[in-house]
Design a protein around this ligand. Structure first.
Ligand SMILES: [Zn+2]
Length: 187
């Protein structure tokens, strides 16, 4: 006697991130690559789009760094108005969330880079803005959670390819930092 056939297994969607995330991730990889190859105009567009998307979806850990990267790309492409605007938007998210250590660190880097690119006036403008907004006591923005001895980190995130700087990441534990662009653990 023939046994009743088992009902076919219902097809399941393969596990993993949803397609929208996937697309954004590929765009992020592409933007990092363009930035590294000096194609700042196209990198700027993608970073800006990703920053707005992240911002709209409330991804406030990634959005500021994406805005900052978009701002850098515009500056390097020669559009300093647009660049400064996006740099401001990135820093503003830190300020609104009162993430003082991140604001201080990212703000410092922005000013250094602006000086380096010859935008002394803009650097002074950011300096004034930061001084007016950061708490007076530096203890409030010294980085908590940074391991006393920072372990060596890879130069690039293995997931999105973004540049990793030991002085510009948040540490998840003594050996793992968080990629500021995609949120992957970097160690
Ligand atoms: Zn990453």
């Amino acid at each position: 006697m023939r046994r009743g056939r088992r009902s076919p297994m219902r097809r399941r969607r393969p596990k993993g991130p949803p397609p929208q995330h996937d697309r954004a991730h590929r765009a992020l990889q592409r933007a990092h690559r363009l930035m590294e190859n000096g194609d700042y105009v196209n990198a700027a567009d993608i970073f800006e789009r990703l920053a707005r998307g992240a911002h709209d979806r409330g991804m406030l850990r990634q959005a500021p760094r994406l805005y900052l990267q978009a701002g850098r790309a515009h500056m390097l492409a020669g559009d300093s108005d647009r660049g400064a605007d996006l740099l401001r938007q990135g820093l503003n998210i830190f300020a609104e969330a009162q993430r003082w250590p991140q604001l201080h660190q990212a703000g410092q880097r922005v000013m250094d880079e602006l000086e380096q690119w010859g935008h002394t006036d803009l650097a002074a403008e950011f300096d004034g803005w930061l001084k007016g907004i950061l708490p007076e006591k530096p203890e409030a923005y010294q980085h908590a959670g940074t391991p006393a001895r920072r372990p060596q980190l890879p130069v690039h995130c293995s997931s999105c390819g973004g540049p990793i700087r030991a002085d510009d990441v948040e540490w998840l534990d003594a050996t793992t930092a968080e990629c500021p662009y995609c949120g992957s653990g970097v160690r």
